[in-house]
Design a binder for this molecule. Sequence first.
Ligand code: GAR
Length: 202
Amino acid sequence: PLRVAILISGGGSNMEALVRSMTGDHPARPVLVLSNRPGAGGLARAEAAGIATATVDHRGFETREAFEEALQARLEAARPDILCLAGFMRILTPGFVARWQGRMLNIHPSLLPLYPGLDTHARAIAAGDAEAGASVHEVTADLDGGPVLGQARVTLDPGETPETLAAKVLTQEHRLYPRVLREVAERLSRQSASPSARLSSL
Ligand code: GAR
């Protein structure tokens, strides 16, 4: 199966949804959950699920590049085919992104291209939007700007607050991210299967 590493900074509810989805005939399996924050709630959840965990604390490095070198080394040791950012709250440099081109996904809590960056739910409410949601996109050097692979929508209710909206959207994220990961993994595993398929028919 394809190997998936999941990067987190916090509670890891999306990580857990991804991990739970990778069973049975799923073409991928989780091999590592990595946090940039020591003690992130998601680390304990991953351990409870029997997944290897690692912490690379960004505060231990002088520069973003030095942090990313350590991140890259730890990731390479796990040989992932796909990286999933799941509530990972560090901006990655174009150099790091280039190393994982086409193999790195992120979930963002807005209907991209609306509201890249932070405070997405407060911004959607302030704008008077009728709908909000989440997007899974390919990570490119353009922050929250890579190709969108899937979206989930919710309706804003009267009296909606950033907290109530975040909770509603998060529930949808847990369905959306596993669906998109599966599509991506199926596509990648077909691609990697086809050369040997051709060889075996010679
Ligand atoms: C999720 O809502 C995710 O979309 C968001 O952080 C939350 C993480 O929750 N990500 C970003 O804001 C990325 N800039 P989780 O740790 O429970 O999955």
